[in-house]
Design a protein around this ligand. Structure first.
Ligand SMILES: Nc1ncnc2c1ncn2[C@@H]1O[C@H](COP(=O)(O)OP(=O)(O)OP(=O)(O)O)[C@@H](O)[C@H]1O
Ligand SMILES: [Mg+2]
Length: 850
C-alpha cells in the first residue's frame, strides 16, 4: 500500500475485504512461477526430464516472448490426461504431502503448465509409446479449449508457448531487450546440458538453421562444458569431489569440476544442482569465490560446476515459487566442507598447473577443434569476451604478424608430471638431496657453477642489497623503470636489468635441478630460428651476404641438437632428435617468460653460447636464459591515448623513457649530477643493443669485454664504480639518516620465509609464498577465444591486459622474489640499474613533525 492509499484508508476507515476472482488469483500465482521467458522454459525442460527424455530441442522467437517451443522424446502424456493437463494442482508426480520428503522428480506441484496458460497461449502435441497417432490440444487459463485433435506425431511431447504475458501488459513491457531474454534462455539450457549427461540439448532461434547450443547424448560432461562454455573453460577444469556422512555435522556428496588458477572470467559461473535441481545458493558461491579471490587477479572470477546430493529428508524443495532455491540442513557445515575441498584442489593444482597459449608453428598440425559450431555463440561468447588474449603468450610464426595472432599452446608441468626415465632420475636426485641436504647434486658440484656463484657472492653491493631487501614499491614510473622508496630516498629501478640479474642468479642456483615448462606441441627449432632471422632482417641486422636464412637456421638447430643432452641435463631445455624444443626451465616459480621472445632465445642459444669451455658455456647459457626470462616490457605498445609517442618495442620504450626520465628532475636528487648521467650511460647501452647485429645478444659480449661475457654492464662498469664499486649513484653520503618511516619496507620479505635456494622449486617456502599470487600472471590465461578477441579488433584491450599482467609481475612476482633471492651486483650501482632520484629527508622531517 502506498502512502496516499494508506492516508486515504486512515481517513475513510478500513476498506472491505473481498475474495479475489479466481482468474486474478491464478494470474498472480502464475506471475510468481513464470517470471520471465527463461523461467517458463526451465519448467518445460524439467517436465521433459521428468518424462525421461533423452533429447530436448528448443526453438525460440523474440527472446521467448513470441514463442517458446520445446520438443522431447520422453514418455508423452496419456490422451485421457489431456483435459486436466493444465489445471492448477494436477500432477502425475506427487500424491501425498509426505511424498515431498522423498520426491525424485523435478516437478511436484502441478502448477507450471497451469501458470503458463494464465499468461500465455499453450498448445501440446503428444504421443505415448504404442499409439498410432498423437493428439494436439490447446489451453487457456488452465482449461482445455475444444477437444484434443488426433494428429501425426512421434513418441514424446511438443509444447508451444506463444505470446507470453500477452495479458500482463506491465510485465511484457518490462522485457524490452529480447536479446537479453534469449541469453537467459541459453544460460538455463547450458546449465541443464552440463548437468544432464546422456541427454542431448539444442536451442536455436526460430527460422535459423544453426543451433546456438547443441550437445550430444553421448558426450561426456567435460565435452558438454566445452561445447557450451567454450574450450577456455573446459581445458582448465579440475575434477572435484567431497562428502561428509556425519549426521551431527552434515551429510552430503558433492562431485563436479572447478576452474584452475589459470582460468579467470569477469563473472563467476556457478552451475549448481542440488539433488538434480538447478538451484542458486549465494552463500556457497560466495564461499567459493573467496577461495579464488586469494589466487586470481582482482575482479577475476572462476567457473564452478557442482552437483550436490543430500538425503531427500534433509532438503526442503518447496521454499520458492520458481523452485530455484532450496533449503537444507546444516548448510554452514556443508559450505565449509566444500570450501575446504575447493581450496585443497586449487593448492594441489597450483603445483601442476597448465599454461596454454595458442600456437601453430608452421608445419605443426593444429589440434582438431572439438567444439561444435554452436559453441561459438551464446554462453561461450560470454566466456570468450572475458578471456582476453595475452598476446605475449602467442608464439609468432611470422615476423609480420602482430603479436598474439597465432594458434599455440604451451603446457607447463612441474615435477609431478614428469614422465621420462630421465625425469625419474631427476626425481630420485631431488629426493636424495631432500633426505640429506648436505649432499649437493652432481650438477651443482661442478666447479664452474660454484665459481660462477662465488663470483655473484663476491660482486654483491652491500648498499644495494639493503635497498633491494627493504624497499617499498611505489609504482611504475614508465615502461621500464619502477619507482622505489627506501627510507627517505626515492630510486628509479630498471626492472629489465634487475629481473635479468635475478634470473641469471636463479639459473645458477637451480642449475641441474629445474622443473620445466612444457611446450605442447613442441616448437621446431629451425622454424623458431627462421622467425628470429626474419626479425633480424626486418631490423636490418641480417644481410643476404650473411648466408641464406634457411641454411643458418638449419645449422644452428643441428648444433643445438648436438648439445641436447647437456641442455636437458643441466638446464631442462629438452630438444629431440628432430630439433623440436619440448621444454624450458622453470627459473622462477609461477613465472613463464614472454614466449614472443622464444625465437630470439633460440637464436641466442644457437649463435651466442660459448660451447667450448665449461664455465663460459654455463655462463653464456645462463645469460641467454636470463635475457629471455627477464621481465621485459611487452612487445605490444602500451595503449595510452595521452601519449604522443608510441612506446613500440621494449627497447624503444626503454630508450624513450631514458631520454626524458620522468622523475629525475634536477635538484631533487641527492646528487643531481649522477642520476641522469647514469641513465644516459644506460640509454646508450640499450640503444647499442639495437645497433648490434646480426643477433642483438652479441652486444653484451662486446660491452662486457673478454672476461665478463654474460653481462653487458660487466667488468668495465664494475671497475668504473667508485668506492671499490660500492657507490650508489646519487646516494651521496646521506645514507643511514632516518631509520624508520614510510620508506621502511621489507614487509613482503618478512611474510615469506626464505629457504635454501638450491632446494627444489616447488618446495621453496619463499617462492611458494608467491606462488598463489603468481596465477595473476595474466600471460597464462588465453585460448582460441583470445585469437578471436584479437581478430575482433579488441587489440587495445588485449594490449592493456598484457601490460597489466607485466606490471603485476613486476610488483608481485619480481620484487618479492628479488627481496628473497637477488644479490645485487656492484656494477648495478653505476650502470643505471638503480638510480637515486630524490632524498626526502627534509620533506620527511616536515611530515614527521606534522
Ligand atoms: N513434457 C512432458 N512429457 C510428459 N508429461 C508431461 C510433460 N509436461 C508435463 N507433463 C505432465 O503434465 C503434468 C503437469 O505438469 P506441470 O509442470 O504443470 O506440473 P508438475 O511437473 O507435475 O509439477 P510442477 O508444477 O512442480 O512442475 C505433469 O505432472 C506431467 O504428468
Ligand atoms: Mg513441471
Amino acid at each position: 500500500m502506498d502512502t496516499t492509499q494508506g492516508q486515504q484508508a486512515g481517513r475513510t476507515g478500513p476498506a472491505p475485504i473481498r475474495r479475489l476472482d479466481q482468474e486474478v488469483v491464478n494470474r498472480i500465482a502464475a506471475g510468481e512461477v513464470i517470471q520471465r521467458p527463461s523461467s517458463a522454459l526451465k519448467e518445460l525442460i524439467e517436465n521433459s526430464l521428468d518424462a525421461g527424455a533423452a533429447a530436448i530441442n528448443v526453438v525460440i522467437k523474440d527472446g521467448g516472448l513470441k514463442m517458446i517451443q520445446i520438443t522431447d522424446n520422453g514418455h508423452g502424456i496419456r490422451p485421457a490426461d489431456l483435459p486436466i493437463l493444465c489445471e492448477r494442482h494436477t500432477t502425475s508426480k506427487l500424491k501425498e504431502f509426505e511424498d515431498l520428503q522423498s520426491i525424485s522428480t523435478l516437478g511436484f506441484r502441478g502448477e507450471a503448465l497451469a501458470s503458463i496458460t494464465f499468461v500465455a497461449h499453450l498448445s501440446v502435441v503428444t504421443m505415448t509409446a504404442g499409439q498410432t497417432h498423437g493428439y494436439k490440444a490447446t489451453y487457456k487459463d488452465g482449461v482445455l479449449e475444444g477437444e484434443p485433435k488426433a494428429c501425426a506425431a512421434v513418441k514424446g511431447t511438443q509444447i508451444t508457448v506463444e505470446n507470453l504475458f500477452y495479458n500482463v501488459t506491465a510485465r511484457r513491457k518490462a522485457f524490452k531487450n529480447v536479446g537479453e531474454e534469449y541469453s537467459r534462455i541459453l544460460d538455463v539450457i547450458s546449465r541443464f546440458a552440463v548437468h544432464n549427461e546422456g541427454v542431448s540439448f539444442s536451442c536455436k532461434k526460430h527460422g535459423e538453421n544453426r543451433a546456438d547450443i547443441h550437445t550430444l547424448a553421448a558426450s561426456s560432461r567435460s565435452e558438454n562444458i566445452r561445447s557450451v562454455y567454450g574450450s577456455s573453460v573446459a581445458r582448465e577444469l579440475i575434477p572435484i569431489e567431497t562428502s561428509d556422512d556425519d549426521p551431527a555435522r552434515s551429510r552430503f556428496k558433492m562431485g563436479g569440476c572447478i576452474s584452475s588458477a589459470n582460468y579467470s572470467a569477469k563473472k563467476t559461473i556457478m552451475v549448481l544442482f542440488i539433488n538434480n535441481r538447478l538451484v542458486d545458493c549465494s552463500p556457497l558461491k560466495k564461499a567459493c569465490e573467496a577461495v579464488y579471490a586469494a589466487i586470481l587477479p582482482k575482479a577475476s572470477k572462476p567457473f564452478l560446476y557442482m552437483s550436490i546430493t543430500l538425503p531427500p529428508e534433509d532438503v526442503d524443495v518447496n521454499v520458492h515459487p520458481t523452485k530455484r532455491e532450496v533449503s537444507f540442513l546444516n548448510q554452514e557445515a556443508l559450505i565449509e566442507a566444500i570450501q575446504k575441498a575447493v581450496e585443497q584442489k586449487l593448492l594441489e593444482s597450483n603445483t601442476s598447473r597448465t599454461y596454454y597459449t595458442q600456437s601453430l608453428l608452421p608445419g605443426v598440425a593444429a589440434p582438431a577443434p572439438k567444439s561444435p559450431a554452436g559453441a561459438d555463440e551464446g554462453p561461450s561468447q560470454a566466456v570468450a569476451a572475458t578471456q582476453k588474449a595475452h598476446p605475449r603468450n602467442m608464439v609468432r610464426t611470422d615476423v609480420l604478424q602482430p603479436v598474439g595472432q597465432l594458434d599455440a599452446y604451451v603446457t607447463k608441468r612441474l615435477a609431478s608430471a614428469r614422465e621420462s626415465p630421465d625425469d625419474l632420475a631427476a626425481i630420485r636426485r631431488t629426493v636424495r638431496q631432500r633426505r640429506n641436504p648436505a649432499i649437493a647434486s652432481e650438477a651443482s658440484e661442478l666447479t664452474s657453477i660454484q665459481e660462477l656463484l662465488e663470483e655473484v657472492n663476491a660482486g654483491v653491493h652491500q648498499g644495494l642489497s639493503e635497498i633491494v631487501r627493504s624497499n617499498t614499491f611505489v609504482g611504475m614510473a614508465d615502461d621500464t623503470f619502477a619507482l622505489l622508496q627506501h627510507k627517505t630516498k626515492l630510486f628509479l629501478a630498471n626492472t629489465v636489468k634487475l629481473s635479468k640479474e635475478l634470473m641469471y642468479q636463479q639459473v645458477l642456483r637451480r642449475f641441474g635441478q629445474f622443473n620445466c615448462i612444457r611446450l605442447t606441441p613442441p616448437a621446431p627449432l629451425d622454424q623458431l630460428l627462421l622467425i628470429a632471422l626474419d626479425e633480424e632482417e626486418a631490423l636490418g641486422r641480417w644481410q643476404p651476404n650473411d648466408g641464406p636464412k634457411e641454411e643458418i637456421a638449419k645449422v644452428l638447430s643441428q648444433l643445438l641438437v648436438l648439445k641436447a643432452e647437456m641442455l636437458r641435463e643441466y638446464f631442462r631445455i629438452e630438444i629431440d632428435a628432430s630439433g623440436a624444443l619440448h621444454t624450458l626451465p622453470l627459473v622462477l616459480d609461477q613465472y613463464s617468460p614472454d614466449l614472443d621472445r622464444l625465437p630470439q632465445f633460440a637464436l641466442r642459444l644457437g649463435n651466442d653460447v660459448e660451447w667450448d669451455t665449461e664455465k663460459e658455456c654455463f655462463q653464456t647459457l645462463a645469460a641467454a636464459i636470463a635475457e629471455f626470462y627477464a621481465i621485459h616490457p611487452p612487445l605490444v605498445p602500451r595503449p595510452d591515448p595521452f601519449r604522443t609517442k608510441s612506446a613500440g618495442k621494449s627497447e624503444r620504450g626503454a630508450a624513450d623513457s631514458l631520454e626524458s626520465p620522468p622523475l629525475a628532475e634536477p635538484g631533487t636528487a641527492g646528487n643531481p649530477e649522477e642520476g641522469p648521467e647514469a641513465l644516459d650511460e644506460m640509454s646508450g647501452h640499450e640503444r647499442h643493443q639495437h645497433a648490434a647485429g646480426p643477433c642483438h645478444c652479441g652486444d653484451e659480449r662486446e660491452e662486457s669485454g673478454g672476461g665478463e661475457k654474460r653481462r653487458g654492464n660487466g667488468a668495465s662498469s664494475r671497475q668504473a664504480a667508485g668506492n671499490g664499486g660500492e657507490g650508489i649513484p646519487g646516494e651521496g653520503t646521506s645514507g643511514g639518516g632516518v631509520e624508520s618511516g614510510p620508506g621502511r619496507g621489507g614487509g613482503d620479505a618478512a611474510s615469506v620465509s626464505e629457504k635454501e635456494p638450491l632446494e627444489d622449486g616447488n618446495e621453496r617456502g619463499g617462492e611458494a609464498g608467491l606462488a598463489l599470487d603468481a596465477g595473476r600472471n595474466g600471460s597464462e590465461r588465453n585460448g582460441t577465444e583470445m585469437c578471436r578477441a584479437e581478430t575482433e579488433g579488441d587489440d587495445e584491450a588485449a594490449a592493456e591486459a598484457v601490460w597489466a599482467a607485466r606490471d603485476w609481475n613486476v610488483q608481485h612476482l619480481m620484487f618479492p622474489a628479488m627481496r628473497l633471492f637477488l644479490k645485487p651486483q656492484k656494477f648495478m650501482a653505476t650502470d643505471g640499474t638503480m638510480v637515486q632520484i630524490a632524498s626526502l629527508e627534509n620533506l620527511y622531517k616536515i611530515f614527521e613533525r606534522c
